[in-house]
Design a protein. Structure first.
Length: 256
């Protein structure tokens, strides 16, 4: 459970997510791992990287970083003195290419120094960044297959780099397309999308399977039947290799 950003987490959000998964007929093995309970592990990893002089402090403001564009320009790399106030911690990158053969999207790679620049592993407010936490958690839980949305594909080379520095095994990856609003933005709370209503789970699962190009038979009614059918008929090669699908176009296709 990714609960590392308390200022952005509505009260009860984690419990609501787990309840919705159960309402959709989905279960999990063992107890739920909460990132908020793993701060000591992240601290240890950060000390490891700092002891090896792979990180440096950065007190650039958000305005300064935005002005640089999509790639951090490394201006804090060679500071003569450490910042006097609060600061983020950035990981040094090299002009190396890191890539994956994604099971849905195909080959994807980045030259980290050129395409992203040195990236944050601990934020200025003291919270750990997603990149460090997710790499640590995947290794801790023995994750060997990562399946997630295309919006996270460009994070993967940074995670590969961290895995390499920390001696972690590399999982396989599959990034599926996401639904977009009329402005081409991912449907999410950030863009004010309506929340999922799980009171009728079977229609939701049917629509999700259709979106993934796995239309189930019409006679399957309950969430358990739909999930069992999906497991037995799953073919990852049928998933469309698209970065995103407009919600309006998808809705028309499903209702036909």
């Amino acid at each position: 459970m990714e609960d590392l950003d308390p200022p952005r987490e509505p009260p009860g959000a984690a419990d609501a997510i787990l309840r919705q998964l159960e309402e959709l007929g989905m279960t999990w093995d063992g107890s739920v791992l909460y990132q908020s309970a793993r701060i000591d592990a992240y601290e240890e990893i950060l000390r490891n990287l700092q002891d090896r002089e792979l990180c440096y402090p950065c007190d650039c403001s958000r305005r300064q970083v935005r002005a640089m564009g999509p790639v951090y320009d490394g201006r804090c790399r060679s500071r003569a003195r450490p910042p006097a106030g609060t600061y983020a911690v950035r990981l040094l990158t090299e002009p190396e290419v890191w890539g994956i053969d994604d099971r849905i999207q195909g080959r994807y790679e980045q030259n980290l120094e050129r395409d992203t620049g040195d990236f944050v592993v601990r934020r200025r407010d003291g919270l750990f960044a997603y990149q460090l936490a997710v790499v640590a958690d995947d290794a801790f839980q023995g994750i060997n297959q990562v399946v997630r949305g295309i919006d996270l594909l460009d994070s993967t080379p940074r995670q590969l780099y961290l895995q390499s520095l920390l001696g972690y095994p590399r999982p396989g990856y599959a990034h599926f397309p996401v639904l977009l609003n009329e402005q081409g933005q991912k449907l999410s709370k950030q863009h004010f999308a309506a929340p999922v209503d799980t009171r009728q789970p079977a229609p939701l699962l049917r629509r999700a399977l259709c979106f993934l190009n796995h239309p189930p038979p019409a006679d399957l009614a309950g969430p358990g039947e739909l999930l069992d059918w999906a497991v037995g008929n799953w073919d990852i090669l049928r998933i469309p290799a698209l970065h995103g699908i407009p919600a309006s176009r998808y809705e028309r296709a499903v209702t036909r």
